[in-house]
Design a protein around this ligand. Structure first.
Ligand SMILES: [Fe+2]
Length: 331
């Protein structure tokens, strides 16, 4: 796939101070620069991952990483062929993003995207805004974005046929959602057909489940911070919760997302979903909330369970014998 992953995000918001608190003291990103118009944050060894700006001419931007200049040219050619206008951004924009070169384009739902190569690394160690184990980025990109779209079809065509994302899976209830990957992260982008065009949520993943639990404790101490309660997604296996961000979209904070086998992946409909347990969507209309709860209780009645996804260094294998469990494993 020509796009390697989600490299950076810019959010346009007037609530710069709220965003600064939210992204650093709450989520644990590192604030590296703050002016009257812009907050710049790091999540890892890169100089910059997340930017919030109140500049009038700014917009939300999703930055997609490619390997090199040749890949950027190929992508640009594909966009041209699809009659999507491509802008070669000047060096000043690449410098602002701390990357080598940038092109920009707008998707059929009106969202602005950039593609780039050559991210700059910092010489200074990443220092989180609050003590966390760190964000799971690397080859998986900085997380995922989920967009509300008025109509799925055209935007799905854009991501799949033009940008080259692959379908991971989809669900038709309690709402229509399509999930797409471009690396081993189960989805770097998903589209939900809701009749409007806006961000639904952004997601960052942590190395330790405790980072998520500790953030949940902070969320519980604040009024109206939790938008979706603690729970586990059935398709990407993420254990997470969602906060109301200072803008009008949610921010998912997760752990334990699955990585997929790119060569042997077959997309299918997710019938139990979007969550195996928990994730009460407090913002959802009553009838849809009820439908989601019914789907979850059906999954529980049918004994649906999925293993946790761990990484070297964040688990211990339990010792001891349990005849009942051992017997269970053999089935
Ligand atoms: Fe998500």
């Amino acid at each position: 796939m020509i796009i390697l992953g989600l490299g950076y995000i810019t959010i346009k918001s007037d609530k710069l101070d709220d965003w600064t608190e939210f992204s650093s003291a709450y989520l644990g990103m590192q604030l590296v620069d703050k002016t009257s118009s812009t907050a710049v944050l790091r999540m890892d060894e890169r100089k910059q991952r997340f930017v919030v700006t109140n500049e009038t001419a700014a917009s939300n931007i999703f930055g997609w990483e490619v390997n090199d200049r040749q890949s950027l040219d190929i992508l640009s050619g594909r966009l041209d062929k699809a009659e999507i206008k491509v802008t070669r951004e000047p060096k000043s924009i690449a410098d602002q993003r701390f990357v080598s070169e940038v092109i920009s384009f707008i998707d059929p739902s009106g969202n602005k995207h950039e593609a780039f190569y050559g991210p700059e690394l910092s010489n200074d160690k990443f220092k989180p805004g609050r003590p966390i184990s760190g964000f799971r980025t690397g080859t998986l990109g900085m997380g995922h974005i989920v967009l509300n779209v008025e109509k799925l079809e055209k935007t799905q065509w854009f991501f799949q046929d033009v940008l080259g994302f692959k379908l991971s899976d989809y669900m038709l209830r309690p709402f229509k959602a399509y999930f797409f990957h471009t690396n081993q992260r189960h989805h770097s982008i998903a589209l939900i057909e809701t009749g409007q065009n806006k961000i639904h949520h952004l997601m960052v993943e942590l190395y330790s489940l405790d980072d998520v639990g500790q953030c949940y404790d902070i969320a519980l101490s604040k009024e109206n911070r939790i938008g979706t309660t603690f729970g586990r997604h059935i398709n990407d296996n993420m254990t997470s919760f969602y906060s109301y961000s200072p803008s009008d979209f949610l921010f998912e904070y997760g752990w334990g997302g699955r990585t997929i086998d790119l060569d042997n992946w077959e997309p299918e409909e997710v019938t139990y979903g979007p969550s195996l347990w928990g994730h009460d969507r407090l913002w959802m209309p009553e009838d849809q909330l009820k439908q989601a709860q019914e789907v979850r209780s059906q999954a529980a009645k049918n004994n649906v369970r999925i293993p946790v996804n761990v990484m070297p260094g964040n688990y211990n294998i339990g010792v001891g014998e349990c005849p009942w469990w051992n017997n269970n494993l053999k089935k």
